[in-house]
Design a protein around this ligand. Structure first.
Ligand SMILES: [Ca+2]
Ligand SMILES: [Ca+2]
Length: 415
C-alpha cells in the first residue's frame, strides 16, 4: 500500500496538482556522484613500449607491422585489486536490472513489482508503471527490459513480465522521452507458465541484432513438466527472434535449433549476457550445484544439459551420457550458495584489469565473484556483503552495479 500511495502521489504531483505534495522521502534516492564517470583515470603504474628484440632488429621497416609498436599497460594481478560496494541508490522495492539506453547516460531501473524508474540528475521518476498488469509474487513480476539497437530512431523498448494470468509476456512499447507510452504496449510473445517459478526473465538484443529471451523449465522441481530437453517448446530454452522495425510481431531468424528456440537444456537462466562472440548464462541449479556457462554463440545452437546434468554432474540417473552437452565454465556447490545471480562481463575503464571477466553473485550468501573465459574464478566480496543480490547493472561507461532485495543499488568500484 505504501508503495502504491507513493506512486499515486508521484503521478498526481507530476500532473501539477499542487494540493498534494509527494512524500519524496519515500522515493528511491540515487547518489548523483556515482553516475558521473571519472574524467581521468589514475595513471597506470607502468607503461611499457614493446620493442623489437635484438634478433629481430634487422627487419626492414616495411616488415614491421604497426602492432609491434603499440604500447601495452602493465596490468596488476587481480589479487592486487580490491573492490568495494558503496550505496549508489536506495528506496527501490525490488530492483532487478539497471541499464542505460543507447546514447543516453541516464539509468533505467527495473523494479520487479512493475515499475521502470528513470534516474536523472539524482532523482527517480516512474518511466513506466504497469503494476496493474504484472503479478508480483516470488519469482514473478516485471523481470526484463531491453532497448532496441535502433532505439534512437524507432524509440522501441521491450519488456518481459509475468502477467496476472501467470504467463510470460514479451511486449514492445514506444518511448516518449521522459516516459514510455503505456498505451502503445503491444504483446509480441506470450508463453504459458505452468508454475510460478523458473520464469527466466532476461531479454537482450544480441550482437546479431536479434532479441534473445531466456526461459526456465516451467518451474516446480526436477523438470517436472519435461521441458528441459524439448526443442518444440520455448520453456527450458534460449530463444531468438527478429523484432521490428514496427512495434508488431517478429520473424524467426535462420540458424535456430527449431522455430524460436535457439538452444535447449536450461533450468532457469535468470540472467545472461553477451560479450562479443561469447554468450554467458548463469543457470540456477536445483539442490546441489549452481553454474555459469559460456559458449561462442556464432557456432550455433547448443544443449546446456538440464535435466540430464545439474552443473557437470548427472542429475536424475547415475552414469548419464554428457556427450554433446555444454559443461559449465564454472560451478559451485550449495555449501557456497543457493542461487546464482548472473551479471555481466566487465568492459569499463576504471579498472582495466577486470575487462573480460564475467561477474556474478549468489542470492543467498551475497558474495561477488568473477570468472574468465578459461574458468579462473576470483572472489571479490565475501559472503554477507551483497545479501539478496538479485540483479546487476551497468552504467553508460561500463561500470558495474549490484541490486539487492533491500532495494539498494550498490556501486562496485576499487576501494
Ligand atoms: Ca514458471
Ligand atoms: Ca547446464
Amino acid at each position: 500500500m505504501r508503495y502504491l500511495l507513493t506512486v499515486l502521489l508521484v503521478l498526481v504531483a507530476a500532473c501539477g496538482d499542487s494540493d498534494v505534495s509527494a512524500d519524496t522521502s519515500d522515493l528511491p534516492r540515487v547518489s548523483t556522484s556515482t553516475t558521473v564517470a571519472p574524467t581521468t583515470t589514475s595513471p597506470p603504474p607502468a607503461i611499457t613500449s614493446t620493442s623489437l628484440s635484438e634478433g629481430e632488429a634487422d627487419v626492414t621497416a616495411d616488415e614491421v607491422a604497426p602492432t609491434t609498436t603499440t604500447t601495452t599497460v602493465a596490468q596488476r594481478p587481480l589479487a592486487d585489486i580490491q573492490l568495494a560496494a558503496t550505496e549508489a541508490g536506495s528506496g527501490f522495492r525490488q530492483p532487478v536490472l539497471m541499464l542505460t539506453a543507447p546514447a543516453d547516460d541516464r539509468w533505467y531501473v527495473v523494479d520487479q513489482p512493475g515499475v521502470i524508474w528513470l534516474i536523472d540528475n539524482g532523482s527517480a521518476e516512474p518511466y513506466l508503471d504497469i503494476n496493474d498488469l504484472v503479478r508480483f509474487q516470488g519469482e514473478q513480476g516485471l523481470l526484463g527490459l531491453a532497448f532496441h539497437p535502433d532505439f534512437a530512431n524507432n524509440g522501441l523498448l521491450y519488456i518481459n513480465y509475468i502477467d496476472n494470468a501467470g504467463d510470460t509476456v514479451v511486449a514492445a512499447i514506444s518511448d516518449q522521452g521522459e516516459s514510455a507510452d503505456r498505451d502503445s504496449l503491444t504483446e509480441i510473445l506470450r508463453v504459458d507458465q505452468p508454475a510460478g517459478n523458473h520464469n527466466g526473465g532476461m531479454i537482450l538484443f544480441g550482437p546479431d541484432g536479434n532479441l534473445w529471451v531466456g526461459f526456465g523449465d516451467g518451474g516446480g522441481a526436477n523438470d517436472q513438466f519435461g521441458q528441459g530437453q524439448r526443442s518444440d517448446t520455448m520453456l527450458g530454452s534460449m530463444i531468438r527472434i527478429r523484432v521490428g522495425p514496427g512495434i508488431d510481431g517478429y520473424e524467426i531468424p535462420s540458424g535456430n535449433l527449431a522455430d524460436e528456440v535457439w538452444s535447449i537444456g536450461l533450468r532457469n537462466p535468470w540472467r545472461f549476457a553477451f560479450d562479443g562472440d561469447n554468450l554467458w548464462i548463469a543457470d540456477v541449479g536445483q539442490n546441489r550445484i549452481e553454474e555459469v556457462d559460456v559458449v561462442d554463440w556464432t557456432s550455433g545452437p547448443t544443449n546446456f544439459g538440464w535435466p540430464i546434468l545439474e552443473g557437470s554432474e548427472c542429475f536424475s540417473s547415475s552414469g548419464c551420457d554428457p556427450a554433446g552437452l555444454v559443461l559449465p565454465v564454472y560451478e559451485y556447490p550449495h555449501s557456497e550458495g543457493c542461487s546464482v545471480t548472473g551479471g555481466v562481463v566487465y568492459r569499463g575503464t576504471a579498472t582495466p584489469e577486470l575487462q573480460g571477466n564475467y561477474f556474478f553473485a549468489d542470492y543467498c550468501t551475497g558474495w561477488l565473484r568473477s570468472v574468465d573465459r578459461s574458468g579462473q574464478m576470483t572472489e571479490w566480496l565475501p559472503a554477507g556483503t551483497l545479501s539478496g543480490a538479485v540483479g546487476f547493472g551497468v552504467d553508460a561507461v561500463g561500470e558495474l552495479y549490484v541490486l539487492t532485495t533491500s532495494g539498494v543499488i550498490w556501486s562496485i568500484r576499487e576501494g
